[in-house]
Ligand binder design. Structure first.
Ligand code: HEM
Length: 367
């Protein structure tokens, strides 16, 4: 209800949750006002992850260490490196999917998305080339880690059991990082982290972050954009004009907004849209509601200055993997449209208890 309903007033206080806004301008104002809002205190993801990874992440997430990390990591995911990462980790698997589709076989686009993202994680974490089964397992592990955040909308203090569970997953997933950080060639992500001067601890923290931030978000956007193109009939226009692919990716990200809510903690008293927010309070920005208010998926939708790339956040925490996420969704759509034939959806099943709304199954077949 909270996500679906439009709020009559641009910002308001909701019992138990704190301040809530679904206004894109307010979201941007809050996300770019780093002096008044923080994500490392109670109410933000930094607070959550500090309990799992250790207090040192507070500096990495929002202190001087964050600026240093973002400065060093600036060229980690450019458009060019993202394209290289996608083709390196996915080319073979996507070629197989194209062959299946062209032969008229059904393909589960939701499962394919999870397998691809699992392969990307393996490549980012230096775990090598995985078959589908192991890629699914890796994806599910990343999902379990992200599930630590489930239920944190009202409270980002984790129970000791949740902390222990998440720590065990991080240790397990990042086991390969120390060796890869030392020995991996500079063209790999972990090798590049070393060359950029990131220490082992920062690299491990970053690897855990990428896993949490880039797993379900990307898989959800991929599968749901395939469904949206089908449901709106816009796939026919995309098939007729393949150059519209970037528009399809942008609309897919806007309409799905896989990070539907962004939380911040109020660092100092501040006035937003005429309301006085006090230090220590929390604010939830309903980005999905803000981004979908202008209307449904439409390849011709004009540029929306208020929403711009709000699906990737704004300000200094703007998604580090934005270029990679766009390349991932683009590669999925290229695969779907490669044969030049439209697809039908045979079965679909939503995922239950998912942190991010998505499909458990989305079986498609080219006509
Ligand atoms: C469609 C897919 C994705 C969406 C919608 C998305 C969205 C976001 C959003 C909204 C934030 C800001 C959170 C905040 O301000 O509290 C964020 C941060 C981040 N994202 Fe993404 N993301 C996606 C994919 C990825 C991928 C593929 C990666 C990397 C592999 C990634 C890495 C990160 C990192 C490291 C941050 C933290 C940046 C910082 O705090 O400086 N994301 N993402």
């Amino acid at each position: 209800m909270l996500l679906g309903g439009r709020l009559a007033v641009p910002i308001r206080r909701v019992p138990r949750l704190g301040w809530v806004s679904a206004d894109p301008r307010i979201a941007r104002e809050v996300l770019t006002d780093h002096r008044s809002f923080t994500l490392v205190a109670e109410g933000g993801v930094g607070h959550l992850w500090a309990q799992v990874l250790g207090e040192w992440v507070l500096d990495l997430f929002d202190g001087p260490g964050h600026l240093d990390l973002r400065t060093r990591a600036r060229d980690l995911f450019t458009e060019a490196t993202a394209a290289r990462l996608v083709s390196g980790a996915w080319a073979r698997r996507l070629a197989a999917a194209r062959t299946d589709l062209a032969s008229g076989a059904p393909v589960d686009a939701a499962d394919l998305g999870r397998v691809l993202v699992g392969r990307m994680l393996a490549s980012l974490l230096g775990l090598g080339d995985l078959d589908d089964r192991r890629a699914r397992t890796l994806f599910a592990t990343g999902e379990r880690l992200a599930a630590t955040a489930l239920g944190s909308a009202a409270d980002t203090t984790l129970t000791p059991a949740a902390v222990a569970g998440a720590k065990a997953i991080v240790d397990d997933l990042t086991r390969g990082v120390p060796d890869a950080w030392r020995d991996a060639p500079p063209e790999t992500l972990l090798g590049r982290c070393r060359e950029l001067g990131l220490g082992l601890r920062e690299t491990t923290g970053l690897a855990a972050l990428l896993m949490v931030a880039g797993t379900e978000t990307a898989a959800s956007a991929m599968a749901r954009t395939v469904a949206l193109l089908h449901d709106t009939g816009e796939q026919h226009r995309l098939l007729a004009e393949p150059a519209r692919l970037p528009d399809a990716v942008r609309e897919g990200l806007r309409v799905t907004t896989p990070a539907p809510v962004i939380g911040r903690s109020v660092r100092r008293d501040v006035t937003v849209a005429g309301r006085r927010l006090r230090a220590g309070e929390r604010i939830l920005l309903l980005t999905w509601t803000a981004n979908t208010a202008p209307g449904g998926f439409d390849l011709d939708r004009p540029y929306l200055p208020d929403n711009r790339r709000l699906w990737f956040g704004a300000g200094r925490h703007l998604c580090l993997g934005a270029a990679l996420a766009q390349a991932e969704v683009g590669a999925m759509l290229e695969t779907m449209t490669a044969a030049g034939r439209p697809w039908t959806v045979q079965h679909r099943r939503p995922a239950r208890r998912a942190l991010i709304p998505t499909y458990r199954e989305l079986s498609v077949r080219l006509t």
